[in-house]
Ligand binder design. Structure first.
Ligand SMILES: [Zn+2]
Length: 390
């Protein structure tokens, strides 16, 4: 497993949205790995003119189970984020190094560890001639880091995964493996453009200060969103919905000009019980009121909108299988949680698939000196095999 990781991690697979060359070469390498252990692989090419090969590659393969009517999918992503500032790395991010039971390199934990554990689960089952209970599907997908437009989204549209299938996504977790993520908040990112009239700072009465109108709107929006979505759900950390004014674009370069244009953003992470259409209606009410009050024009555009209304039940078979694997193999009692961020698990859940996001990791994703623990790769593979055969 360690040698496999060293071979895979040296193939750069930085996402093209982040200026990388993409995961094509790594995907072809993975296709060979799967074929070497005797799997029949389906390659799904999604066109992307920005990469040299013209396509982004996704791979699926299925190990037939005793019951072929349903599948458990193990899904991991092949792309990585860039290394960030090299000065923070003790070793070359693309020359993986083994040290003290860890493998260092970009993508080692996110999501290389899962890619490796899944491959070796298949390899072990194949070489021992063990048939899984249900079909065991493996999906190695592209483009997870920047929205899955060339990955899980087109695969779901093609009908590769059935709503009655279930999924385990090893792309988030905790150091002892006790956390199972079964829900995600809905995500809403707003771009708010406020237009007034730009004039000299000494004669504001001749213009219309877009900044003042924008501040009013932001402040009222902040209040109304919090008061309309007040509930807390202890499944989530943090338990309430969050509505954060974040980025603010430069309006004018100098202090003595009254800005005629203001662009600001909100990052909202909303409990699944609040439908986003309702939230958008509240936003529109405030928008109209502030337009009327100030005379400015305000435009609100959701630049990211992901509704997650379908949490996976604790009683679902995938969570039950995972829970019993963890009890038996590790003697621990897992804790279900909801998270505020995204994995491909959200897309599976929206399709209606019961999905658990789980793995054992130190949470080194996207950091300099990213590593994965060799022990975690091995132990997680045992959990996958237990789930497949239970
Ligand atoms: Zn990841």
């Amino acid at each position: 497993m360690t040698q496999f990781m060293l071979d895979m991690l040296k193939i750069n697979a930085v996402n093209p949205d982040d200026g990388g060359r993409g995961e094509y070469e790594r995907a072809i390498f993975m296709r060979r790995q799967l074929e070497e252990i005797g799997m029949k692989v389906t390659q799904h090419d999604i066109p992307d003119s920005r990469v040299a090969e013209g396509v982004r590659v996704n791979l699926t393969t299925v190990l037939e189970g005793e019951d072929r009517g349903r599948a458990i999918w193990l899904a991991a992503h092949l792309d990585t984020v860039p290394e960030g500032s090299r000065e923070f790395w003790a070793t070359d991010p693309y020359v993986p190094v083994v040290k003290e039971g860890k493998i260092f390199g970009r993508g080692s934990e996110d999501n290389g560890q899962a890619v490796c554990s899944i491959l070796f689960t298949l390899k072990a089952l194949k070489s021992l001639g063990i048939k899984p209970r249900l079909n065991l599907g493996v999906a190695y997908v592209s483009d997870e880091e920047t929205g899955s437009k060339y990955g899980v989204i087109p695969l779901l549209a093609k009908g590769i995964f059935k709503p009655t299938d279930m999924a385990l996504v090893p792309d988030s977790g905790s150091p002892d493996g006790s956390i199972i993520e079964i829900a995600e908040k809905s995500l809403l990112w707003l771009k708010i453009t406020t237009k007034g009239k730009q004039v000299h700072g000494s004669t504001p009465e001749k213009g219309l200060n877009a900044r003042r109108a924008a501040m009013k709107f932001a402040s009222q929006l902040d209040d109304i969103l919090h008061s309309k979505c007040p509930d807390k759900d202890p499944l989530f950390d943090p338990p309430p919905s969050t509505f954060e004014p974040t980025k603010s674009e430069t309006n004018v370069e100098n202090v003595n000009t009254v800005p005629g244009l203001d662009v600001q953003y909100f990052d909202c992470r909303i409990l699944p019980k609040y439908p986003l259409d309702e939230v958008m209606k509240q936003i529109d009410t405030v928008r109209k009121a502030v337009e009327k009050e100030t005379g400015a024009t305000i435009e609100v555009v959701p630049i990211q909108r992901e509704e997650n209304t379908n949490p996976t039940s604790m009683q679902s078979p995938i969570v039950q299988k995972l829970t019993s694997a963890l009890r038996q193999l590790r003697r621990l009692e897992p804790k279900p949680i909801g998270i505020g961020g995204g994995t491909v698990g959200a897309y599976f859940r929206r399709k209606g698939m019961d999905t658990a996001v789980w793995s054992t990791l130190d949470d080194m994703a996207h950091q300099p000196n990213e590593y994965c623990r060799i022990e975690n790769m091995i132990e997680d593979a045992k959990v996958f095999a237990h789930i497949a055969t239970s």
